[in-house]
Design a protein around this ligand. Sequence first.
Ligand code: AMP
Ligand code: ZN
Length: 460
Amino acid sequence: MKILLYNSLTKQKEEFKPIEKNKVGLYTCGPTVYDYPHIGNLLAYIFWDVLKRFFLSQGYKVKHVMNLTDVGHLVSDADEGEDKLAKAGRESGRTAWQVADFFIKVFKRNIKDLNILKPTHFLRATETIQEQIDFVSVLEEKGFLYQTSDGLYFDTSKLPDYGKLANLSQIKLQEGARVAKNPEKKNPTDFAVWKFSPKDGRKRDMEWDSPWGVGFPGWHLECSVMSQMMLGDTFDIHTGGIDHLTVHHPNEMAQSEAATGKLQANYWLHNAFNKVDGHKMAKSAGNFIILEDIKKKGYWPLAYRLLVLQNHYRQPLNFTWLALEAAQQSLKNIIREIAFYDEPKKVIAEFAEKFDAALADDLNTAKGLAVLQAVIDSDKPTADKLATILKIDEVLGLNLKEFRKNFLSLSSQAKKLLKQRSAAREKKDWDLSDDLREQLNKIGVEVQDTTQGQKAVQMK
Ligand code: AMP
Ligand code: ZN
């Protein structure tokens, strides 16, 4: 099947052509593990999970690499200020290592809750320090670097098409707007590949010796290094949020191209941002939402996943609690529906094809969800409808199979009431049957009378 993806590099939808037949090399920029991931970060990983699942459903083997930034991402994206992890450590009386360990656990728990498949390789920046030093040595040998008082910088003017991803040459770069003023930088877009530890004798929690002095790698380096290590000089797809389009990705791409002379990745995909009540999510604005908040309010993480997939990945999502409530109701409706279906039989080709066509058009998940609803609304046998829905869900990842199983497992009290109701119906005692139905409803159990007897689902 022809798969179209919007490539930020060419600024158009393009047919996906893999480097190796039936294989996809996929790199996703991972989180900076200094705080709880907010729901915007998680939105990004939900979409890239669907992308990966879609390729898998189309018979591709997917090698997916994700980094965990546990060093080098400074408070300002322009290599200024404190390391985000060191700052979080200082503020909470922990070491940067403890901060990283804690938030890596949180991130892994969050992606599990959201039914996001684990990447093939999940690497911490601090696990590849030697490889990063080796990479910097290559850049140095090739003459792309210069040294300042605080580190080793990449000279972006040495790469004629630096910034091609975001058309940076056409954007008037105002120093101080995109990057903080650093008088030692030769060009405003230059960036650090190695930063020195403070010269005043203060020891950082995370620092390493290198040919240039004790310090730590620049933020962009780990992605160039890990992607090359795991996926080769050029791989198929690189993903990240739209914020990466102007700083992180051009820099990653520049380093990789400078080191290898080749394009780092053929397709660059970017998700739009998640807003809250129409505003940018920010701690200072008090609208910074994490998955734990969603769970605390009684919402399922997978209801958030559904909410995200109702939108296109290149359209900003405006999160509201009302929208999440509606998504949770929609998910409950789907589960309520399929819980009563017969065991899965045959996938209905017509719907499966429609679903694939929607996803193959630059990952149109909203259209894909409409196909799922059309299956439910159709008058096909429920066994075939269920087979089709479960197939579709292998890509959407709403974990409907598991939900169905859970919702069909009833408490002993519910089972007792159902038995009594069955007996009442045999005796044609409709009043008692209705009364028992009400009692079941009160404990969250819904009943349907089918040709094969009553069926019940525990709507928790
Ligand atoms: P970070 O931990 O800041 O490096 O971000 C992790 C990922 O989340 C990156 O791919 C970002 O581009 C993405 N991201 C950050 N904020 C948002 C947001 N509000 N909405 C969607 N994606 C985001
Ligand atoms: Zn990256």
